[in-house]
Design a protein around this ligand. Sequence first.
Ligand SMILES: [Zn+2]
Length: 393
Amino acid sequence: MAVSNEQRAISIRQPWAYAILHLGKDVENRPMRTHYRGPILIQASLKVEEDEARELKLDPDELSTGAIVGSVKIADCVRGSKSKWANRGQWHWVLKNPRVLARPIPFKGALGFNSCSRQGPKRSAVSHATMTITSFSWGYWGWGNATARLVEALDKAEKSREFRPPLFVDARLRRQGRAKGFVGNAFRDLVGTSRYRWIQDLGNLAIATGSGGVQIKNPAAVADLLDLALHAADERRRVIFYCACEYPALDGALACHRRTIADLLLAHAKKIGRSISIVEWPGDTPTETRISVDKKMFSAIMRGRMSVPFADDRLPTFAALPWASMLTVECDDHGRTGVVAVGPARFSVSNNGTGFWYLPLVESADPDATKEALLRRAVKWREARGLNERRSL
Ligand SMILES: [Zn+2]
């Protein structure tokens, strides 16, 4: 959620802070009226009402105290609410949109309802922690011989979106294959141990047995993955969990176990009340951009070439270009234009060791189609490959 400039917060004793965030407690009972409407942070105060906690079947020792634990919106203030949580004779502050903080922020001081903009936690810490955390799934297909370029692209994409370089989680059962840059410790050695984890438990056992399909070695390991994503978020990094396959799905059917990992991760996050979003790298929804090419390249693309080369200075934005974005190709010679659907930047390694950056087309150019028709088709293409965002809450 967005946090308003003025950091309002309210101290609430447990188990009531928990009840608001997790049990659907939709009114706060107070002797005083409030005219404030909008979001407020919830600080669980130090004292716990133990009998009430047990009545709600909660363990008093398990409840967070002395910390900001979430936020809620005050939508109204009435008397005579029909909610089962309303106490007669009090004002009922009507609560909506409870959001659990990804990670409680320790804060022991007493918070007056209006006072926290000055004495509360730093705005950046709070707005960061209240946000939905995004993690990416990804397949290194096509990158095996260009891992240094790959890391350059990913880091620039994240920087262009104001994130620090991402944390990589290798989700393969075995670190083998033809892609040199991903065999054994090769990728870890490139990015460094602080940005690399191998969670073999997330690997697909069906690969070892050759039985086909997906059977995650230890599904409970998604808790480790979520933990990594939360820790990374504290450092303004995001997690990319990966295997080798090109796409998570094909024609709408499961094509890679990273899709199953995403399902498990979303279910786990939902169960513990955390808001996370999982999307195939680089995320976001299709956008539009332009590029100018020479006459020869223009005709090649319009005749079926599947890549559009670009110069290095476009890398930060092109590396983060969402799948199925519309690229207007302008011919710098005769001024004609054509539109194609593309995916994020890739690097092509030449035989002599050099290479070039390009945008891959998601389907060959169709000069007769309108941009609207192209976008409709590309969006379907994107959906059928499992590239869309999904959220736990
Ligand atoms: Zn896979």
